[in-house]
Design a protein around this ligand. Sequence first.
Ligand code: ATP
Length: 292
Amino acid sequence: MTHALSASSLCKRYRSTWALRDCDLALPAGRVIALVGPNGAGKTTLLRLTVGLLSPTSGSIEVFDSSPTANTPQALARIGFLAQEHPLYRSFTVADLLHFGASLNIRFDRRLAEKRLDSLGIPLDRKAGALSGGQQSQVALALALAKRPDLLVLDEPLASLDPVARREFLQTLMGAVAQDGITVLFSSHVVHELERVCDYLVVLNHGRIALDGDIDAVLARHRILTGPRSEMDDPRLGAVLEATHSDRHTSLLVRDGAAIDGWQEQQAGLEDVVLAYLRGSATIEKREVAAS
Ligand code: ATP
């Protein structure tokens, strides 16, 4: 299988702070990959290492089998990056930005960007500073896609967008994925929206990989079991990630567990699974709730 990104024992330290520790990853090409984690988990650091803006403290990272810091024009052309604040020169018109992008990137497809922006009703003669936040994001995305990268890296692209703009942004992104088969790696806090657009998941917590894999496979391994209040010592339940008790019932989020007599089984949602890993992978958390 071709890997868009592979990392081995990847570590990054800023002075005394370890932002990433011992990360091993093999992310498949041609997928839409969500990078999820709380504030300070190390997401931006991993993305900046991916695009060659940072170098590892130890360990290695490769994008399509080359070091991202190689800085050859060919290697640079393969990766597109949309930073968290997606900065645009505010006094430039959209047309100026496209001209600028074309002069800097060897594979830049200006007509593709113009077509995309036209379909969104964004005028080329408007200054970037006069566009709404959602429109600015769309311009930044159109510029990044016009590079025709093999890997597009987006840092929190949805953070500043309202729900309508978020949906439009993701539609543009998905259109590009369907058309060009690019690999997308993006960080986000908005877990419930990821299931619709992503097919691969990486969960980072305190600089370490808490979970990674195909979303369908991750969901297939986790389920919610509900049964009579119990101490959860039956090995058939699998690894218990979370337990919630009422007076009479126990509800468990389990990995690789099987249904047992008298218990009901339900598919776990992606958000439940991600939150369980963020709260502490494979630790049992007991939360007493009001009587059912
Ligand atoms: P957020 O969701 O808040 O953007 P993040 O998951 O992207 O967070 P990073 O920005 O990668 O996390 O930060 C990871 C850790 O590294 C944090 O503890 C942060 O304080 C620290 N860190 C990040 N950049 C620097 C820096 N330039 N100098 C020192 N420490 C840094």
